[in-house]
Design a binder for this molecule. Structure first.
Ligand code: CUA
Length: 161
């Protein structure tokens, strides 16, 4: 089969690009440790208030400027709604839902996860800059009236100060 020289080069380049992209995906997993927020455990969604650590939601120091933020999501609030930590703290959010699917998103951070009943979601982020970080539910989870519903489900992380 006759092939133009340039045509052959483009075919090689296409294959090479695919290999590079595939290696980049592998490197992001292996080297950089980038991955989706994972389900780390299963719990009975009907027994959230009796199951540790969700029987006692809150912020807990686990090491030098490291914290666990244990959060229960339910229609239509996060418990707790306010998390206070020092500047530079590394926070592992440990979250579950008591009822329906919720989400947690902190804009301008890598905190972005679904919160699924019966699953425990973990996501870790280091807050290098002081300030207030709003977190919102970003999975539509229902409506009671104009005042209460998915749109009123939010909280904040207060860093430093
Ligand atoms: Cu909870 Cu939307």
């Amino acid at each position: 089969m006759q092939m133009e020289k340039y045509e052959r080069w483009f075919m090689y380049a296409t294959v090479a690009l695919l290999v590079v992209f595939f290696m980049a995906v592998l490197a992001s997993i292996g080297e950089a440790g980038i991955h989706l927020p994972t389900q780390v455990a299963s719990i009975d969604p009907n027994k959230v208030s009796e199951t540790p650590p969700f029987d006692d939601p809150g912020v807990f120091e686990t090491g030098e400027n490291r914290y666990d933020a244990v959060i229960v999501a339910q229609t239509w609030q996060f418990i707790p709604e306010e998390i206070r930590i020092p500047q530079g703290a590394e926070v592992t959010f440990i979250i579950t839902s008591r009822d329906v699917i919720h989400g947690i998103l902190i804009p301008d951070t890598t905190v972005n996860a679904m919160i699924i009943p019966g699953q425990v979601t973990e996501v870790t982020y280091t807050f290098d800059e002081a300030g207030e970080y709003k977190f919102i539910c970003h999975e539509y989870c229902g409506l009671a009236n104009d005042q209460i519903g998915h749109h009123s489900m939010f909280g904040k992380v207060v860093v430093g100060g």
